[in-house]
Design a protein around this ligand. Structure first.
Ligand SMILES: Cc1ncc(COP(=O)(O)O)c(C=O)c1O
Length: 409
C-alpha cells in the first residue's frame, strides 16, 4: 500500500498567492463589474524587448527546418548561453568558469530543488520574511518539525528577522546553522544587502562549513553602484555560496521560463570532497532535468547582448518608474514605506497597527486594490504589505489614485 510523504503534509495550508487569489475572487463574485487593480503578485506585464523577440523568432525558424533543427540540448544549458552568462558576471568584476553555470527553466524550481543535495539533518536558517519556496522546500525535504500556527513558524527552523531596526537585513545567527537562504534585493522587503552585510554571512559560513543559497533574481534592479549584484563580489564567497538567478524579472521571461544557478567548483561544506557539490548538482540536473527550452535560451543569449541589455534596462526603468509612483503615493497618505529604490517591491507598514490581512481586506474593499499581505512571507512580515511595481503604468496610476482618494485622512 502506498503512503503519502508526511513531510509534504506539514507545508502550512494555503500557499500565500492562492489565498490572495481566493479572497480576490470571492470579493469580485460579490461585486461583479468592479475593476480590481492588482499590485499583488510580482508578475511582469510589458512586452518582451524587440531584439529578444527577433532572436527567439530566429530559433523557431531553425526548428522549422530539418537542416537546422535541434532536439535535446545539454542538461546544463547551451554553451553560448553559459559563455554569455560568464561574460555578464565579468562585466561587474566577477570571474566564473562557463561550466559553473547551470541553466534552468527558472529560479523557483532551482531554489526549491537545491536542498536535495544537502543532508536531511542540516539546520536551515532563512531571512524572515522570505520568498516562500526556501522554507517550503525544506519542510518537504524533512528538515523541520510541524508548523506552529500561533507563532507562524516551523519548529526546528532558524528565522533571521528582517525588521525596521536592522534595515531588513539580518546579521548571521548566533548559533551554528548549516544552510542559509538570503535574497538581495529582497522579495518581499525590497532591502538590498551591502558588501559588508554579505561579507558577515560569507565569513560566518566559511568559519563553520555552512552553505549560503543566495537568490539574486532582482540584481538588475540595483542602480546604486556601491551595492553588490552578486554574492561572488565578496571574497571567499565561491567557497561557501550557491547563487540562483532568473531572466523573469530581468527580461520579462516570467512566462518564457529561463534561469540559472551557479555552483562553483570551489564550493565546500563540512563533509564534502573538493568539487563534490558541483558534481552532485550536475548529477541532480542530468538525472531529473532535460534542459531549458532552446527557444528560451536563444532569447537569453539575446538578453545578454549589448543591445538586449540596453533594452531590458529600459524596461526595468519603466517598472522602477511605477515603483516611484507607488512609494510617493503611499508616503503621501502617511504610510511608512521601505524598498522600491533598488528593487521593484515596496514594503509598506500597515496603518494604525492593523494586521497584514486586515489591511489587505481594507484595500480590496475600499480601494479595489490587491496587494500581498506581509505575514504570508513569514512571521516578521506581520504588520506589512508588499506592493509590486509590475503593472501597466495606467493601472498603477489608477490604483494609487484610488488609494489616495479612499484612504487619505
Ligand atoms: C526572490 C525570487 N526568486 C525567484 C523567483 C522565481 O523566478 P522564476 O520565475 O525564474 O522561477 C521569484 C519570483 O517572483 C522571486 O521573487
Amino acid at each position: 500500500m502506498a503512503t503519502v510523504n508526511s513531510d509534504f503534509r506539514k507545508i502550512a495550508a494555503g500557499y500565500l498567492f492562492p489565498e490572495v487569489a481566493r479572497r480576490t475572487a470571492a470579493w469580485q463574485g460579490k461585486n461583479p463589474g468592479v475593476k480590481i487593480l492588482r499590485l499583488g503578485i510580482g508578475n511582469t506585464t510589458e512586452a518582451l524587448c524587440p531584439s529578444i523577440i527577433e532572436a527567439m523568432h530566429r530559433q523557431v525558424n531553425k526548428l522549422a527546418d530539418r537542416a537546422t533543427y535541434t532536439g535535446y540540448g545539454d542538461e546544463q544549458g547551451n554553451t553560448d548561453l553559459r559563455k554569455a552568462l560568464a561574460g555578464y558576471y565579468r562585466s561587474f568584476g566577477v570571474e566564473l568558469a562557463d561550466d559553473e553555470f547551470f541553466v534552468s527553466d527558472g529560479a523557483k524550481a532551482d531554489a526549491g530543488n537545491i536542498q536535495e543535495i544537502f543532508g536531511r539533518d542540516n539546520v536551515v536558517a532563512v531571512q524572515d520574511p522570505a520568498y516562500p519556496v526556501y522554507v517550503d522546500s525544506n519542510v518537504a525535504g524533512g528538515r523541520t518539525g510541524s508548523f506552529n500556527p500561533e507563532k507562524g513558524c516551523y519548529d526546528g527552523f532558524v528565522y533571521l528577522p528582517s525588521t525596521e531596526e536592522n534595515g531588513f537585513i539580518p546579521i548571521p545567527p548566533d548559533g551554528k546553522v548549516d544552510l542559509i537562504y538570503l535574497c538581495s534585493p529582497n522579495n518581499p522587503t525590497g532591502a538590498v544587502a551591502t558588501h559588508e552585510q554579505l561579507k558577515a554571512f560569507v565569513d560566518y559560513a566559511n568559519a563553520c562549513g555552512a552553505v549560503i543559497i543566495f537568490d539574486a533574481a532582482y540584481c538588475e534592479y540595483i542602480s546604486d553602484p556601491s551595492l553588490p549584484r552578486s554574492i561572488y563580489e565578496v571574497d571567499g564567497a565561491k567557497r561557501c555560496a550557491i547563487e540562483i538567478n532568473s531572466f523573469s524579472k530581468f527580461a520579462g521571461f516570467t512566462g518564457v521560463r529561463l534561469g540559472w544557478t551557479i555552483v562553483p567548483h570551489d564550493l565546500m561544506c563540512e563533509n564534502s570532497a573538493p568539487d563534490e557539490l558541483h558534481r552532485l548538482w550536475n548529477r541532480r540536473q542530468c538525472t531529473f532535468f532535460n534542459g531549458a527550452s532552446n527557444i528560451a535560451q536563444a532569447g537569453g543569449v539575446a538578453v545578454l547582448s549589448p543591445q538586449g541589455l540596453r533594452e531590458c534596462r529600459d524596461l526595468i526603468g519603466y517598472y522602477m518608474g511605477n515603483a516611484k509612483i507607488i512609494r510617493e503615493g503611499l508616503r503621501g497618505i502617511g504610510l511608512t514605506v521601505h524598498g522600491g529604490v533598488n528593487s521593484p517591491y515596496i514594503w509598506a507598514r500597515t496603518p494604525d497597527g492593523m494586521g497584514s490581512w486586515e489591511f489587505f481586506d481594507l484595500l480590496l474593499e475600499k480601494c479595489h486594490v490587491v496587494v500581498t499581505p506581509g505575514s504570508g512571507f513569514g512571521p516578521a512580515g506581520e504588520g506589512y504589505v508588499r506592493v509590486s511595481s509590475y503593472g501597466h503604468r495606467e493601472d498603477i496610476e489608477a490604483a494609487m489614485a484610488s488609494i489616495i482618494r479612499n484612504l487619505k485622512k
